[in-house]
Design a protein around this ligand. Structure first.
Ligand code: SF4
Length: 334
């Protein structure tokens, strides 16, 4: 590529392609200001960076999650249907039994999905409780019965003992999102817990050599600069997998009726995230089908190399088989 033909603001992206060295915060801020007509040039470069540095052994990371315990959460995350503080109409249930988890996990294997995450609603586990022990037993059973499946967990904020117990189980990734720039968490997400609690958990996971899946959500009132701050916080935290969600506004939550973020801004966010994390897994999670609709393919060509498939915690996603066909079309661009 002749760099003379590149818009000066995009040269930083080209340098990442050449060297594999991530962009700086200042360069990210310049890219965030690109006019919409250049967003596709940026996306194309981010896609090339992904192909060159993030293809690894797994060209497309796929995962499915199971909501193993739903609702009645005492936290007040504004986007979440499971918060007791919100009035969303959802199914509520205690921790499911081991057999139900096994059935869902087997479906994952049949559908060719490589990662399966057990998710529970609630603050988390500061100590090893009987409920936490049941989750550990589920993970152990999945490892024993389905050795090819990568088992992940998303159980909220953790204390020392639960983190060590999960490490002993050898989970593939632990998901805990910081959601937004840390200094915006209190205003945009929740005030019943702090982002520092989440960051402390991430450091604890890293101390226990657990690979961390951590990302955020767009469309909750954050600015482009806030997104950049989140992206670079993830770099400091050395996370392995970055799930990016687009808000699906749910009736009965404070974010019901929120204005959607523009597709051009979401494309730029995915591309900037890729340029700041050239070799990481960047996964398109909630909002892919329901909010992005016609544009989800474009997002998958803006630097993402993974997606969450088969439904979310309280909203439906796309059929796994449809997603498989979608993935094979995306592969033709790589
Ligand atoms: S995101 Fe998690 S912690 Fe926050 S309200 Fe929902 S279930 Fe509770």
């Amino acid at each position: 590529m002749d760099t003379k033909t590149l818009h000066p603001q995009i040269t930083a992206a080209y340098r990442v392609l050449e060297t594999g060295e991530p962009i700086s915060r200042a360069e990210a801020a310049l890219l965030a200001d690109l006019p919409g007509e250049l967003a596709l040039d940026l996306a194309a470069l981010a896609n090339k960076v992904k192909n060159r540095y993030a293809s690894g052994t797994e060209s497309l990371h796929t995962c499915s999650i199971m909501n193993a315990k739903s609702g009645v959460c005492g936290e007040n995350c504004k986007f979440c249907a499971q918060s007791r503080h919100n009035r969303a109409d959802i199914e509520v249930y205690d921790l499911v039994d081991e057999e139900s988890v096994l059935i869902e996990a087997r479906n994952c294997i049949t559908e060719g999905v490589s990662h399966f995450g057990i998710v529970t609603s609630g603050y988390g586990y500061k100590k090893i409780t009987p409920e936490f022990q049941r989750v550990l037993a589920m993970i152990e059973r999945l490892h024993a019965d389905l050795p090819d499946l990568h088992v992940c967990a998303s159980l909220g904020i953790l204390g020392e003992e639960p983190a060590a117990a999960l490490a002993a189980q050898g989970i593939a990734h632990y998901n805990i999102n910081i959601q937004v720039a840390p200094d915006r968490y209190h205003d945009l997400i929740a005030d019943t817990h702090t982002v520092e609690d989440r960051i402390k958990t991430i450091k604890l996971l890293r101390k226990n050599n657990i690979s961390v899946c951590c990302g955020g959500i767009m469309g909750v009132g954050e600015s482009m600069q806030d997104r950049i701050d989140m992206i670079f916080t993830l770099q400091e935290l050395d996370v392995s997998v970055i799930p990016l969600n687009v808000l699906v506004p749910i009736n009965g939550t404070p974010l019901e009726g929120s204005e959607p973020v523009s597709v051009a801004d979401i494309v730029k966010t995915f591309a900037i995230c890729r340029l700041a994390h050239p070799d990481k897994i960047i996964k398109f999670a909630a909002g892919r089908e329901t909010i992005m609709k016609d544009f989800q393919g474009l997002l998958m060509l803006s630097g993402a190399n993974g997606y969450l498939t088969g439904g979310y915690l309280t909203t439906r996603g796309r059929d796994v088989a449809d997603d498989r066909r979608f993935a094979s079309q995306i592969a033709s661009f790589n």
